[in-house]
Design a protein around this ligand. Structure first.
Ligand code: ZN
Length: 360
């Protein structure tokens, strides 16, 4: 197309990128100017495999590294996340004096990108370790007892402090999730509530700050269900809030809320009921399967990190399979340097939706 200042036969294509199309002057977007818009979303599994190929071009890989497997295991990763993943994997391999990057390096790099770096300098007291183990066991057990279609499968659960969190229960969607349904959102709230409930069960009703983040995430989710996604029967499919997820990096505009005080109270009640019904659902599961909960917590205290197979075995009361490929201590690293601040970034949720929820 001809753009002001260019002749159409000059073969000039002008492209621009922005994260804030909402603030562009409409004059810029008139036909003949920037009149084609291409939205670059997160890559799908094929896209991720291709991106990984680009970033591993100069990285020597072991023969058994299958990038399509890595791509399948990283739903919700952006191109930058994948680049970071390759970089971290290469760093890990180098730390172990390896000539090539292997599948294990990718696996550990993924944990680091998803959950933050392990903070070996943080020593948990026995009591904290016990609390964290029960907390994470609660998340894990409720996730495992939900109908499979409504939850993302457990990928890993650890009580090794990472980033801001003392423990992490990590779920990873089996495939790209573009849309979430009501049962998924409800199950998510139940899983979030389960950490606090398990702590209460194990510590004789004691309540700790460890569930703070879970509670916040669950409340925000419930509010969105009621106010944005029309998932409340009482309030119906009405948008009661500004759409916070304006598709691009958001401004926080103060708008009048556009509903009455009575409606505001009703929203609060609905949010409360929604969270409490899932709280009770989680509590029901945890008390019914109290023995499985205890086995999980004990296994966590013993091994500090469990993969899906170990989680299944602990729940069913079978002997645990050998620990998942545990990283051997680095042979050549000299001193335990303090971890640079940058590495301690809090766990980054993939897919724009909390996948790994840290519990402090
Ligand atoms: Zn938690």
């Amino acid at each position: 197309v001809e753009m002001d200042g260019f002749e159409s036969n000059e073969g000039v294509i002008l492209m621009a990128a922005t994260t804030r199309p909402d603030v562009l002057d409409p004059a810029l977007l008139r036909p003949g100017r920037f009149d084609r818009r291409i939205i670059v979303g997160l890559p799908d599994v094929r896209g991720r495999a291709s991106i990984l190929e680009v970033h591993t071009r100069k990285v020597p890989l072991e023969d058994n590294v299958d990038l399509s497997v890595v791509a399948r295991g990283t739903p919700g990763f952006s191109g930058a996340d994948l680049e970071n993943l390759v970089n971290e994997a290469a760093l890990l391999a180098a730390r172990f004096n390896k000539e090539r990057v292997g599948p294990n390096d990718f696996e550990r790099a993924k944990d680091k990108v998803l959950m933050g770096a392990e903070r070996k300098s943080v020593i948990l007291s026995e009591e904290e370790k016990r609390t964290t183990a029960w907390h994470e066991a609660g998340h894990t057990l409720v996730a495992m007892k939900m109908p499979e279609r409504h939850v993302d499968p457990i990928h890993k659960v650890t009580i090794i402090p990472r980033g801001q969190a003392l423990g992490v229960t990590q779920q990873l969607p089996e495939e790209d999730r573009h849309n979430i349904d009501r049962r998924y959102a409800e199950a998510r709230i139940a899983i979030l509530m389960a950490g606090r409930i398990a702590e209460e069960l194990a510590l004789d009703g004691q309540q700790t700050t460890g569930a703070g983040n879970d509670i916040e995430v669950a409340t925000n989710l419930a509010r969105k269900m009621v106010c944005e996604w029309g998932m409340s029967d009482a309030l119906g499919p009405i948008a009661y809030a500004k759409n916070e997820s304006e598709p691009f990096l958001g401004r926080d505009i103060q708008r009048p809320k556009g509903y009455s005080e009575a409606t505001a109270q009703q929203i609060d009640r609905e949010v409360h009921d929604l969270v409490m019904s899932q709280y009770n659902r989680a509590k029901e599961i945890l008390t019914t399967h109290a023995d499985a909960l205890e086995r999980l917590a004990v296994a966590l205290i013993e091994r500090e990190a469990l993969g899906l197979e170990e989680v299944k075995a602990a729940i069913e009361g079978r002997p645990l399979p050998p620990p998942m490929a545990a990283p051997k201590p680095a042979p050549v690293i000299t001193s335990d340097k303090p971890v640079p601040q940058q590495e301690e970034a809090p766990a980054k949720p993939a897919a724009g939706f909390p996948v790994a929820e840290p519990s402090t």
